[in-house]
Each structure stands twice: as structure tokens, then as C-alpha cells.
Design a protein around this ligand. Structure first.
Ligand SMILES: Nc1ncnc2c1ncn2[C@@H]1O[C@H](COP(=O)(O)OP(=O)(O)OP(=O)(O)O)[C@@H](O)[C@H]1O
Ligand SMILES: [Mg+2]
Length: 238
């Protein structure tokens, strides 16, 4: 396995009486697609929040490219090449698809270059032809892809996707998997949280199972899918 681009060591996150993360240790290799699954409330989204810096761990450490970033503010982590698409749609509904991209592109590009850059990002996520459509008129799938477009606008090295296939048709789900593979081929490390097992299977990636805020199992998809203990936690018995 190549050097980890990301590593969390014994991370705990406590909200009042809730242990959202309870000793999570996990590493992601540079260049891989890494899937994260687990029952509702397992701590998956909280894991992403501590990575991106919108939440600080109660205890434990986060390393990115070998540097400790546990206490680094979110905007500084973004500059180091970390980007996230959270569970909800992040685009502005009243603006067009193209206009939505102006916001993240403004940081790194000259004003005159931005429209062409924005079109290129939209083409990359399969949205060529709907540049001037207001976001609220786009399908749910198109809005998900726009959210991915917003999160890749700054060309991150590590992309975190929280449930990118939620609410999508099977055809849209297949296109989303292909988009993720394409981003990965272009050099991005991608960590994907999902509930849709067909989608996870199609990514053919190393998969980590979270349960009660810690790493419960890890392996290739087939290994995870046939693991009796994993099946049991999904049925709610463990
Ligand atoms: N801001 C918060 N305040 C209090 N409790 C929280 C907060 N955020 C998360 N939790 C709790 O922490 C636990 C883990 O939540 P988290 O959102 O990380 O789970 P998840 O694995 O992403 O679940 P899902 O699959 O439903 O999205 C849950 O019990 C949740 O209710
Ligand atoms: Mg979640």
C-alpha cells in the first residue's frame, strides 16, 4: 500500500452524552478510492467533519499528507487540497449551474478566466448543456453532480463524498460511480460514504465499516459483504 494521504488515530468525538466517534483509527492510501459504510448513526459524517475541520475531535489526531492537522481551521485544510461534499445539496437554487461555480473558482482564478473554467468543471461532471439553467430546475441527480463539481472546483488532492448516490435512480447512480472512477483516474484520492451497496460494489474499492464510532471491519467489497459480523450489525442485532 502506498503512503497514507490521510490518517486518523484514536479519534473520539463526544456531543453531550453521545459518543459519535469512539476511538476511530483509519488510514487512506494516496491514490485510492476508499468506501466507508455503516449503520445510521455509526459516525460516518462526523468522521468527515473532523477531517475537514468543521468539528474538532474531543481527543485523538488527524494527519493529512504526513502533517498533523487536528487543530487546523477548515479553510487552511482546504488550501492544502482537502475538499468535501456533505450529505445535503450545497448549490444555490436561484442561481444557474454556471453561476454557482463562480464562488469557489473566485479564490484561485482571474475573473476573466472564470466562465471558461466553470464550463470545464460542469462538462467534467456531466452537466454540459445546462450551464444557464437555474439549479432548482435541475433533476436531483444533476444537483448532486453540481455539488460534486463545487467540491472539485479547487482541484483537491483528497475528495470526501458523503452519500453522493442518495436519492438517485439506478442509471444516475451508475453515472455517479463512473464519475468517481474518472476523478480517481485523474489523480484524486476519493473517500466515499454510502448506504447503497450496489453502488459500493461497483466502485470495487477497499471498504471500511464503521459501527458505534469505531472501525468494525475493513477489506475488499466481497470480503465485507460476506462478513457475518457485518451482516449482523446491519440487521441491528449487534
Ligand atoms: N452536532 C451533533 N450534536 C449531537 N449529536 C450529534 C451531532 N452530530 C452527530 N450526532 C450524533 O452522533 C452520532 C453519529 O452521527 P453521524 O451523523 O456521524 O452518523 P452517520 O454514520 O453519518 O449516520 P447516517 O448514516 O444516518 O448519515 C449519532 O448518534 C448522531 O445523532
Ligand atoms: Mg451521515
Amino acid at each position: 500500500m502506498s503512503a497514507p494521504i490521510l490518517e486518523v488515530r484514536d479519534v473520539h468525538k463526544v456531543y453531550g452524552g453521545v459518543r459519535a466517534l469512539n476511538g476511530l483509527s483509519l488510514s487512506v492510501a494516496a491514490g485510492e478510492i476508499h468506501c466507508v459504510v455503516g449503520p445510521n448513526g455509526a459516525g460516518k459524517s462526523t468522521f468527515f467533519k473532523t477531517l475537514i475541520g468543521v468539528e474538532r475531535p474531543t481527543t485523538g489526531q488527524v494527519f493529512y499528507k504526513g502533517q498533523e492537522v487536528t487543530k487546523l481551521p477548515a479553510f487552511r485544510r482546504a488550501r492544502l487540497g482537502l475538499s468535501v461534499k456533505f450529505q445535503n445539496i450545497s448549490a444555490f437554487g436561484e442561481l444557474t449551474a454556471l453561476q454557482n461555480l463562480f464562488v469557489p473558482l473566485r479564490r484561485n482564478h482571474r475573473k476573466a478566466d472564470i466562465p471558461a473554467r466553470a464550463s470545464a468543471v460542469l462538462a467534467r461532471v456531466g452537466l454540459a448543456g445546462v450551464e444557464d439553467t437555474p439549479v432548482r430546475q435541475l433533476s436531483h441527480g444533476q444537483q448532486q453532480w453540481l455539488s460534486i463539481g463545487l467540491s472539485i472546483a479547487a482541484e483537491p488532492d483528497l475528495l470526501l463524498l458523503d452519500e453522493p448516490a442518495a436519492g438517485l435512480s439506478s442509471e444516475e447512480t451508475a453515472r455517479t460511480a463512473e464519475l468517481i472512477r474518472e476523478l480517481n483516474r485523474s489523480g484524486m484520492t476519493v473517500v466515499v460514504i454510502e448506504h447503497d451497496m450496489g453502488f459500493i460494489r461497483s466502485l470495487r474499492a477497499r471498504t471500511s465499516v464503521l459501527h458505534y464510532g469505531r472501525l468494525f471491519a475493513q477489506g475488499g467489497f466481497d470480503e465485507i459483504a460476506t462478513n457475518e459480523d457485518v451482516r449482523r450489525i446491519y440487521l441491528g442485532a449487534a
